[in-house]
Design a protein around this ligand. Structure first.
Ligand SMILES: [Zn+2]
Length: 375
């Protein structure tokens, strides 16, 4: 765990020892809605609530640290710790009771110094968080996932100070090139290069450093649709800056701008590009057809490609065509009958509703139930 040398250490227990580790990727600023010193915040976290932040900053710029920055603190709801182990560092600041007053000059200076240390120590990129789960700096009110559905914290005046004074101050004091931040209302840092962060959509990663067949699929779709000019060689399974730049061209073609067009996919643009959202759950049509031709005639419970068949069976059960107890990885007679009923529900008849999966019906099922169909 890491402790900021510029803070007075006031370690909260049992939180400091018992809460899970995080990899800090974000910094979120708050107003505490009370004119408290860091010591008073510490006492409040200790005595009155299970919530806590990592840092507290008083009106005089004094900083207290309550929990190490690689331990979860509980001030930011969904950003405290995500399933991938990343999370936010939270910074409370003294304010008036309604969180309407500006940060004092001493507070601004303290926040800038702390932000620089967090950037240097943990690699927090010098930009506004473009999404609730993407690395950077932010204020509590920016994303509903960071609170219980919404908050005004840290107040209008401080939200503006964050964009106009605090983050630019951190960027200047850190002396490094700011990481590209989209312009528009979320970007004080300017554009200096492609965005370098990853997002997870439907269980798969996209953006700089992502790896896998989904990356190649995006690249190939971009080339097909005329957005391949930044590739020196063809797209492959590693996401590089060229992928980001091509994706950004595609986003611009959709009319996106600002943080929506930073070259990192969002769900909407990805759907527009591919017609669907790729899933880590994949079913091969050829495998399922082979199972449908083999299993019914084999001994009870025979499995051909049982893992993929189970995905299809569960989808049929979820759609109401198959009893849950027949979800067993064996594409037997009951599963074929269930698939035929599903085909009829799509309007197929005769041979087209014989219970042997075809590409269109299987894709429809996959779209509805979240699996991908390959040939
Ligand atoms: Zn807050």
């Amino acid at each position: 765990m890491a402790w900021y040398p510029g803070a007075e250490k006031m370690e909260l227990q049992p939180e400091s020892d018992e809460q899970p580790a995080i990899t800090p990727t974000q910094v979120i600023f708050h107003s505490v809605a009370a004119p408290w010193t860091p010591r008073r915040m510490y006492e409040y976290w200790r005595d009155s609530t299970n919530l806590e932040s990592h840092f507290g900053v008083g009106y005089d710029g004094g900083v207290g640290q309550f929990v190490g920055t690689e331990t979860r603190a509980d001030a930011n709801m969904g950003a405290n710790r995500r399933t991938d182990g990343t999370g936010a560092v939270s910074v409370e600041t003294a304010s008036d009771d309604a969180s309407t007053d500006p940060w004092t000059d001493a507070q601004v200076a303290a926040l800038v110094a702390l932000g620089v240390w967090l950037h240097q120590r943990h690699g927090i990129p010098l930009r506004v968080c473009p999404r609730w789960d993407a690395p950077g700096f932010g204020v509590h009110r920016m994303f509903p996932e960071w609170s219980d559905g919404g908050t005004a914290c840290p107040g209008d005046v401080r939200a503006r100070q964050f964009r106009e004074v605090v983050l630019p101050g951190i960027v200047a004091a850190a002396g490094g090139a700011p990481v590209p931040t989209p312009r528009g209302d979320s970007g004080p840092a300017g554009d200096t290069g492609p965005a370098r962060y990853r997002v997870t959509i439907n269980g798969l990663e996209y953006g700089y450093g992502a790896h896998g067949p989904q990356v190649r699929e995006v690249g190939e779709a971009l080339v097909r649709q005329g957005f391949g000019r930044h590739y020196a060689s063809g797209p492959d399974e590693d996401w590089r800056d060229a992928d980001t730049l091509n994706y950004q061209d595609f986003q611009h073609s959709l009319g996106y701008s600002g943080s929506d067009a930073d070259g990192v996919p969002g769900e909407g643009s990805l759907r527009r590009l591919l017609g669907r959202l790729p899933s880590p759950r994949r079913v091969s049509l050829a495998h399922v057809v082979a199972a449908a031709r083999t299993d019914p005639g084999a001994e009870q419970g025979h499995q051909t490609y049982g893992g993929e068949v189970r995905i299809v069976e569960q989808a049929l059960a979820d759609e109401g065509f198959l009893e849950q107890r027949w979800v067993d990885g064996s594409l037997g007679t009951r599963t074929v009958q269930a698939y035929a009923a599903f085909q009829r529900s799509l309007g197929y008849a005769g041979e087209d509703a014989n219970g042997i999966p075809g590409q269109r019906s299987l894709r429809t099922l996959g779209d509805r139930r979240g699996f991908d169909v390959t040939d």
